[in-house]
Design a protein around this ligand. Structure first.
Ligand code: C2E
Ligand code: CA
Ligand code: CA
Length: 761
């Protein structure tokens, strides 16, 4: 009998100590408190064991001390555990030390029994024929019980409050300990009061210890977890669908029910509904996939994810699927992509996107003939300046709209920069007549302002698809540049001649300075004779003896330099050459003049009057010997200033000649205000103008008019004796033309003029 209890008590003590050790190692914050409580339970168990096995009173007495003192320490540990288990910590240090003080005082009081015998004494009794020792309680024992039960009562109260205050889901972990505490306390009390020597309630200690260990260290409230997960699943904005191991639908959250339009609780239909909406799916595997439903404006984007739930052996217990509607993300993504690829003002492709697109199409459709259009608004800056940028933006939008819808259905277009746009389309879709018609009257009106916008288009048919797209657009632009000053023509096509022209322009522009330095650019003189055939002077005409390209007439390079502004340098050089020759003639006493050409562009790049004055001064040339040929285009802009310039030059004694008179728009009317001395009429121009009858009439009236206005007349382009006579009869005073001589080098001119023109004819 005794032995059986002893084995049970030893097993109890070992189990408690092992649990205490495990609690300590659990790394939970409550671990230390649990460990201490479990360890504290051991001494009373051992004490009880000693009492049971005692054959001498001394042993039983030691057992009693261990039991009483141990129990005080147990209630202290229980109090500590209770606070920490229920609230994480003691309420404050006072309570903590107060309880500690009481317990220590009780222990001291118990130990004082050794001296005073006030707490208990021992007596021997016979139980079932065997002798046992048991304690006889005295007054000190009452104090001890008050302390222990007092603390126990407080502990129970703490648990009770916690149980009432905590959410239902957590109650289990408090109420189990609370109830077991009551149970074991009653059991204990029974033995204390009955004073049976074999205290079976010690087994309850062990069970209580293990319950504490379980709830504090191991137990995870599964119901709590379940309800939390269920809550999360039902609160999730995406549809969550659960399947059992066989793939049958078992549950869906609210969004899932709504998405699949399930009747309440009709979870069986989940697989079928998913299939009908999103197509078949793999039931066993885990996967992620994207689906697009609907059409056009009602497109919906979904992300579907399937997960399986497996047990420890890897068997599938079930699975769940989440279906997320990411339409708004997709839309946002698409919008951002659109914004990155499109011009914000016009909504057309950005240049980069257009280039990319062209590259792709050229790659994909190698057999189709494609072309590019470079579209530009003439004088867009002026539109902005006059009407404001808001209207300017509106013009751009209107043009963009026309480009998008008015050219071809299959055209791809983009904004290249500022007021320029690019279009890419199959050649056969290019309808030149239609485009020309649209651009002829391209009027933009916003209700208040109405403005005819001049739009030019340069095209390039893509004959070399390997070229850089920017180079292709450069070519279309090159074509456009040839008509940029035109009002009637809106479309120009690139051809290889244009490219050659550009290359030629670059070629000669790069060499111009060196050519002047090396005197490859030289003046030729074409004699001008009077009615008697005497050489009165000459026109200075530029020639370029090019080392590689040979003899270049001015037509090959003057227009190029007029375009890029280099003409001013050539002209200045020609004027200097002319002055040098005139200075020599002056010294030699030869009374002849030289006419130099002044390009309209010179006025943009230099102060023409000041330059001419300074050059003539430098060479000491009399102004009347240097005649200045200007064309009527000089007077087309900045009229007042130009008039003034010419007037001041005339005042200085220079003679102003109106070149190519009759070739352009100049009205005869303009002449009366114009400060010119000589009208230079070109027969070649007149001849080209139509029938000779008519041109003779014009010639006659011009010559008459000039006489009336007291302006000298000079006819150039005289090629025949007949023309010479006719012009003489009409009253023309000076003549120039192949009939007399072609332009020639200076030395040739010297001998020609010495011989006299008349002789030469
Ligand atoms: P332009 O000033 O009208 O020069 C007269 C042009 O008519 C010259 O051509 C001359 O060779 C040509 N010509 C003279 N007599 C006849 C004739 O009987 N029949 C025909 N068919 N043609 C004749 P060129 O020298 O080729 O010069 C062409 C144009 O180049 C000039 O026209 C002038 O506008 C410009 N140019 C020439 N040299 C210079 C220059 O140094 N500076 C500037 N700015 N322009 C120049
Ligand atoms: Ca001329
Ligand atoms: Ca001329």
């Amino acid at each position: 009998m005794r032995e059986r209890y002893i084995i049970i008590f030893i097993v109890l003590a070992v189990v408690l100590l092992l649990s205490a050790f495990a609690a300590l190692r659990s790394r939970k914050s409550i671990g230390l408190s649990v460990s201490w409580l479990l360890t504290a339970l051991v001494p009373p168990v051992i004490g009880n064991m000693l009492i049971i096995m005692a054959e001498e009173e001394r042993v039983a007495r030691i057992g009693c001390y261990m039991y009483f003192v141990g129990m005080s320490i147990v209630v202290l540990a229980l109090m500590n555990f209770t606070w920490r288990y229920c609230y994480g910590k003691w309420p404050n240090t006072f309570v903590r030390f107060f309880v500690l003080f009481i317990v220590v005082a009780d222990c001291v009081q118990i130990l004082c029994n050794l001296r005073f015998g006030h707490c208990f004494s021992m007596e021997q009794i016979m139980v079932d024929g065997s002798p046992y020792f048991r304690f006889v309680p005295h007054i000190g024992q009452t104090v001890h019980r008050l302390v222990d039960y007092g603390i126990l009562a407080v502990v129970l109260l703490i648990f009770l409050i916690k149980i009432f205050r905590t959410p239902r889901i957590y109650r289990e972990r408090y109420s189990v300990i609370f109830l077991s505490l009551i149970l074991f306390s009653i059991w204990q009390t029974f033995y204390i009061i009955s004073r049976r020597p074999v205290d079976r309630s010690m087994v309850g200690f062990g069970v209580f210890g293990l319950l504490v260990f379980y709830f504090a260290i191991i137990y995870r409230p599964m119901r709590l977890l379940d309800s939390m997960l269920a809550n999360i699943a039902s609160e999730m904005p995406e549809a969550i669908l659960f399947f059992d191991a066989s793939g049958r639908g078992i549950w869906a959250n609210r969004p899932g029910i709504e998405l699949l339009r399930l009747q309440d609780g009709d979870f069986d239909k989940i697989p079928e509904k998913v299939r009908s909406m999103f197509g078949t799916y793999d039931e066993r595997e885990e996967w992620t996939t994207k689906r697009v439903l609907g059409a056009n404006a009602n497109l919906k984007y979904y992300v579907l994810e399937k997960h399986t739930v497996k047990d420890n052996q890897g068997h599938i217990n079930g699975s769940f699927m989440s279906i997320r509607d990411n339409t708004s993300e997709q839309m946002q993504f698409r919008r951002r992509l659109f914004e990155a690829n499109h011009d914000s003002l016009t909504g057309l492709n950005s240049r980069e996107r257009l280039y990319e697109h062209i590259r792709d199409r050229l790659e994909a459709e190698k057999l189709t003939r494609f072309m590019l259009m470079f579209v530009d608004i003439a004088d867009f800056k002026i539109v902005n300046d006059i009407f404001g940028t808001a209207f300017g933006d509106y013009v751009l939008k209107c043009l963009a709209e026309w480009i998008r819808t008015g050219i071809s259905e299959h055209a791809v277009c983009g904004r290249l920069a500022g007021d320029t746009f690019g279009v890419f389309l199959p050649v056969e879709e290019f309808n030149e007549l239609e485009i020309e018609r649209s651009l002829k009257h391209f009027v933009v009106s916003d209700g208040t302002i109405s403005h005819a916008v001049l739009v030019h288009v340069g095209t390039y048919e893509i004959t070399e698809p390997g070229l850089d797209i920017s180079v292709m657009f450069d070519r279309a632009h090159m074509a456009l540049m040839t008509i940029k000053d035109e009002y009637q023509v809106h479309i120009a096509h690139y051809d290889d001649k244009m490219r050659e022209q550009v290359l030629w322009n670059q070629h000669i522009s790069a060499q111009m300075h060196e050519a002047i330095e090396k005197q490859q650019i030289v003046p030729y003189l074409q004699p001008i004779v009077d009615r008697s055939g005497r050489v009165a002077g000459a026109e200075v005409l530029v020639r370029w003896m090019h080392p590689e390209d040979g003899f270049l007439a001015p037509g090959r390079f003057i227009p190029v330099f007029e375009q890029n502004g280099m003409i001013a340098e050539i002209d200045l050089y020609m004027w200097r050459c002319a002055c040098e020759i005139l200075a020599r003639w002056q010294r030699e006493g030869r009374d002849m003049f030289l006419s130099v050409n002044i390009s309209p562009k010179d006025f943009y790049f230099m102060d023409v009057a000041a330059t001419i004055r300074s050059v003539t001064k430098e060479f000491g040339v009399e102004p009347r010997r240097l005649r200045l040929e200007i064309t009527e285009t000089v007077m087309m802009s900045d009229v007042a200033r130009r008039m003034e310039t010419l007037a001041s030059l005339r005042a200085d004694g220079f003679i102003i000649e109106m070149d190519d008179f009759g070739s352009g728009y100049s009205s005869l009317n303009m002449l009366k205000d114009m400060p010119v001395d000589v009208l230079k009429v070109d027969m070649v121009f007149l001849k080209n103008a139509g029938n000779s009858e008519k041109s003779n009439k014009i010639l006659r009236s011009v010559l008459h008019l000039s006489k009336d206005l007291d302006i000298l007349s000079l006819t150039e382009g005289v090629e025949t004796d007949e023309q010479f006579r006719m012009l003489s009869d009409m009253g023309c005073s000076l003549f120039q033309g192949f009939y007399f001589a072609k332009p020639m080098p200076e030395e040739d001119f010297e001998s020609y003029s010495r011989k006299g023109a008349a002789e030469a004819i």
